[in-house]
Design a protein around this ligand. Structure first.
Ligand code: NAD
Length: 259
């Protein structure tokens, strides 16, 4: 299927690895020119080069922290009129409600709620004026079912989900959509780090813990960044203008509800 977005311009945040990279790769396969950011310059440049080689699209790199105003300024300077925006950043650390300080909460809200809101504010009205726009927020399955050790994430991402629900409907009149992708367990560095921490607590190897977690999923495995990217590219496609304000769970069926 031709997704109808060849020649469009996308900002993909936090895209040197993992889910952000999966989204950047899938959009590039559709002929979308990219501005991608990440904190580490080396991995970012390597990813950019691999995407250029594989797809032939233009890839501009901005080595920055997207959760800072300066980082976002640089990204928007490189792509002031994006057609597509994929919001993503590292997730807050695990822990226990009792031990989180207000500063921990501020950081989580800054990174996983206010950062995407700032980028949406800066881009959505231009998209509406131009009559096309696709915004995808990478949140988490924790929006649907809170995860015990990830209370910072549960809070900040659910806040973002509520915050954009109305603008997602208002923008739709001008063929601009805002949706969220809610990952369950995807095989990325972040997942491997969390698995390692859990394995250490239980006194087993990281491989053993990973195998147990994968076996617990209805599919018997973790998701791949390519599967995640494909879903993102469809939501960004010309065919997806009637999907807005939605929160799509990609978790291999792990969420136990019927709906
Ligand atoms: P990852 O660690 O594999 O990759 C993270 C990417 O984001 C890297 O490219 C890193 O350089 C970049 N990055 C991180 N913080 C940044 C910042 N402040 N500014 C710019 N770039 C930044 O992580 P991932 O697994 O792809 O996760 C992406 C998001 O999805 C995270 O918020 C994570 O919490 C969430 N998530 C992941 C899973 C999963 O199973 N992988 C599940 C639920 C939610």
């Amino acid at each position: 299927m031709d997704l109808g977005i060849k020649g469009r311009k996308a900002i993909v945040c936090a895209a040197s690895k993992g889910l952000g990279r999966g989204c950047a790769e899938a959009l590039a396969q559709e002929g979308v020119d990219l501005v991608i950011c990440a904190r580490g310059e080396e991995a970012l440049n390597q990813t950019a080069e691999e995407i250029r080689q594989a797809s032939g699209v233009s890839v501009t790199t901005i080595a920055c922290d997207v959760t800072t105003e300066e980082g976002r300024r640089q990204i928007l300077e490189a792509c002031p009129e994006p057609d597509i925006l994929v919001n993503n950043a590292g997730g807050p650390p695990p822990g226990d409600f009792k031990n989180f300080s207000l500063d921990d909460w501020r950081k989580a809200v800054e990174g996983n709620m206010l950062t995407p809101i700032a980028l949406i504010r800066a881009t959505v009205y231009g998209m509406m004026d131009r009559g096309f726009g696709r915004i995808v927020n990478i949140t988490s399955g924790s929006v649907k079912a809170p995860i015990a050790s990830l209370e910072l994430s549960n809070g900040a991402r659910t806040g973002l989900t509520g915050a954009v629900a109305i603008v997602a409907r208002k923008a739709a009149r001008n063929n601009v959509t805002i949706n969220a992708l809610l990952p369950g367990p995807f095989d990325t560095d972040r997942l491997r780090t969390n698995v390692g921490i859990a394995a250490e607590k239980e006194g087993i190897s990281a491989d053993e813990m990973a195998a147990r977690r994968a076996a617990n999923n209805p599919t018997g495995r973790f998701g791949t960044r390519q599967e995640f990217g494909a879903a993102c590219a469809f939501l960004c496609s010309a065919h997806a203008g009637y999907i807005t304000g939605q929160n799509l769970l990609l978790d291999g069926g792990a969420y136990p509800g019927s709906m």
